[in-house]
Structure formats: structure tokens, C-alpha cells
Design a protein around this ligand. Sequence first.
Ligand code: UDP
Length: 454
Amino acid sequence: MFPVPFQGHITPMLQLAGALHARGGVEITVFHAAFNAPDPARRPPGYRFVAVGEEGSPSDDLVPSGSDADFPGALLRISDHLREPFRERLREELAGVGDDEEEEEATPACLVVDSNLRGVQMVAEELGVPTIVLRTGGAACLVAYMAFPALCDKGLLPPASQDKAQLDMLLDELPPLRLRDMLFSPTTPHANMTRCLQNIVDAARSSSGVILNTFQDLENSDIQKISDGLGIPLYTVGPLHKISSGTESSLLEQDQTCLNWLDTQEADSVLYVSLGSLASMDEKEMLETAWGLANSQRPFLWVIRHNMVKSSHQVSLPEGFEEATNGRGMVVPWAPQKEVLGHRAIGGFWTHNGWNSTLESICEGVPMLCRPQFADQMINMRYVQEVWNIGFELEGELERGKIEVAITKLLCSEEARQMRQRAKDLRDKAVKCIEEEGSSKSAVDLLLKRIMSF
Ligand code: UDP
């Protein structure tokens, strides 16, 4: 297996590894970039890990952050960066010179590769190793990416202007998406975007199958569109974190003490706030968020990642914040998110709508306050708000008064109570999909059969 070296990509790949391993019969080697490598102390047992490329901190252009980052450019560079070192490592593996002597006789059946690593996939193809692609995003997102060239041909992309009315235009072919949801970020160069999405679709089309981390009852019609559009086997195996719980893959240490604090809170009362592993805010947004949380008078658990505030090496809370919140809130550098979302005290999730976070929230029946920044986050937000109706967007500039109103709506309104109910209905459907005869469990078995057939 070969994941993209970001938290939101490593996690589902290792969860998939866990799901396959648990069904038995496969041995797993995880190739990984030498940077952002899974921590040896937290690696799941039973697999081999092989580092690819040079050790040390990656250059900034390989690790994007913030809403203005060129995320597609970084993905293209990462794929290029890993390509040649991977060729070397795979050649060694195929020649049986891996560093574990017991494994020397094993021939790789196939490479399960992140759909963003087209360069890596091509190396496997050249060396005669079949590939299966893992999409770590939702089905709706892949449908949107597959439609991208047609939108360019129609002259809709890149947008002729940054005019609000134009960006808000609904796309007939992709409801409920708007033109603006198709842009990774307002500043992403169109050429990088085009190449990046083309690579994803090419990787899918050249593979022997595509694995989706979603579930049938959530995205049935988009899964069908992908199946019709690609014409290759699809394996809809999600939610992977529920199929393969216990696979620990956090790159940062999770502060477990927040779970004890949650134990002391009332049911459905706490707002959980987290922007995932890459999104960020500037100092002013941080300040407004802090005072919005404080003024809301609601309990909160806030993840402030060490690099969450742009151009600030040390994140500090505003003066008077501690007194104003008076034990009503807890701040941690990184949380055990899945356990947090599953805690009875959590009443809502202020999220950036990364796909893993979105899926984890759905699987615990938690409604969302959506603040997407880049990549597929806007697409996920639109589905949360317009299709599943289990959350709403916090739009425009972050401002404390607006935040306070949004938090109160999420935790206390009748509308949000209905959203919570709908989220719980989706959670129940997810549970059915991962039961022994459920669609996702069956898809894991089919995938395993396919891998064994190579
Ligand atoms: N996560 C976590 N602790 C935190 C915040 C996030 O363990 O404090 C995990 C979260 O459970 C999810 C992943 O980090 O699995 C973030 O992935 P996502 O796709 O939501 O966002 P990304 O980080 O890729 O933007």
C-alpha cells in the first residue's frame, strides 16, 4: 500500500490495511514517504513499513496549509518526488532484497495506491505490479472531478471572474454544487488543478479497481455514476474507521484527558471544534473564534494544533479568555477525534469538512457547523447542508457575534435537533452497511478475492 503522506490519507489507508488483514490471508507492506511518516511507536503491528525518499523535514512546497495553499500543486510535486525513489524500492522488493528475510519469497500481488499518486502508480505498472486505487474522499467529490474537463470545455472553468453571482452559480450537471465549490481554493492555478484532477481520474481508469471510503446508503447515486463513468470494479468499503476500528495511525499524540473532561459534561451539550490536520486560520480569525466560543456560554472542546495559526509560531489565547470561559471549555493540541465524536456529551461539531471528519461525524450522528477551506471540503459541506441536511455553513468573515449565533443554533435550536435526528438515521444506516452481510463488509470480501486473484 502507498498512502499520500497526510493524516487524512494515511488514516484511511491504514484502516483499509486493518480491514484486509483482519479478514486474513494477506501480508501487508506499507510504503510511505520518509517525511510525515507514521510514528514507529504508534504503527499497527503485523505489517512491514518501508520508507521511500529522503528523511528529514519536507520543503514547504510539499506540505501545503491554509485556504490560500496550492494543494493540487503540492500533490503533483509529492507524486513526482516519490516516483524515482519508489522505483528503486519496488525493484528491490521484486528482486527479493527487502530487509526482512522471512518476507523474501513473497511476491507482491498488487499495490493499493492513493489516487493522487499517479506517478507511483505508473512505476508499479512499468514493473508489472497490478494496482488498485484508494479514493480517500467521498463519491460526490470523485463525480465532480470526473466532470471537471466538461465544465472547462463549456467555458465555465476557470471562472471568467471572481464575481460573487458567477461563483454562486449552481451547476446543472452536479447539483447541489456551485461553480465556487469546484475550485480547490480561490488562488489555485488552473493548470495545476487540471493536471491534478486528470491524474486522479487517470489513476482510477488505469487501475484494476477503485476503493471508496463511503457507504451505499449515503452516496448511492454518486457511486452509481462513478461505476457507469469508469467501467471498472468499484469497492465501496466505508466507513473504514468503523470496519477497522483500533487501527491507530495518528501522526500527532492525542490528548486523552479530554475524554475524562467530557465525562463530566451533560449529554449533547458540548461543541467540538477542530480544523483537521492542514487547515488554518489567521490571528484575527483565531481571536474572533475564541470570543465567539466564550460569548456563546456553551461548553466546548477546541483543538488548537501547533501550526493552526498562520505565520504564528506560538499560538496564544487572548487575554481574559480563561476567566471568561471559567472551566466551561477545554483546549487541546490534538484530540482522539473518533472517541470524542462518539462521546454522549458532544452536541455538535465545528468542522472544516475534511472527508474523514465528515464521515466520522455522520457515523456518530453529530450535526455540523461547517467552515470549509479548500480541496474537497466545499463539496462535502454542500452535501452536509443541502443533501443530507445535517449541518449548515458558517459563511463569510469570521466574526464573534456571528459565531455565537451559529453555535447557539447548532446546539439549541429545533432545526438542529432535527439535523441531529437525521444524522443519527444516517449513523444507523452506516451500522447496517458494516454488518456481516452489509454492503461494505461484502465489498471488503470481494476486494480481498480480487487481490488474491492477481
Ligand atoms: N483528527 C484527530 N485529532 C484531531 C483532529 C483530527 O485524530 O484533533 C483526525 C480525524 O479523526 C481525521 C483526520 O485527523 O481522521 C483528519 O482528516 P480529514 O480528512 O477530516 O481532514 P484533513 O486533515 O485531511 O484536512
